[in-house]
Ligand binder design. Structure first.
Ligand SMILES: [Zn+2]
Length: 80
């Protein structure tokens, strides 16, 4: 399920052999997540799938109020 906010986090493949930046996580990174726009623009990290979900959830919590507002306009809340 995707919301408008999901478009604010860009997902790329992690470089081969890189490791997850999740706390206490020593797995190989599967993806690089980058926040697009706003005060967190270009905040990014390499994560395995489960830590990546945590990262996305954290970002969504931070901008949750903005997201509600953005829904009215179908805009990414971080690009304003
Ligand atoms: Zn991890």
């Amino acid at each position: 399920m995707y919301s408008e906010l999901d478009g604010c986090i860009s997902v790329d493949s992690a470089p081969h052999g890189s490791f997850c930046e999740g706390k206490g996580c020593r797995r190989h990174a599967e993806q690089r997540l980058t926040v697009i726009g706003g005060g967190y623009h270009n905040v990014n990290g390499l994560y395995c799938y489960s830590c990546g979900e945590e990262f996305a959830r954290m970002i969504k919590n931070i901008v949750g109020i903005l997201a509600l507002e953005a829904k009215k306009h179908s805009l990414c809340p971080l690009t304003r």
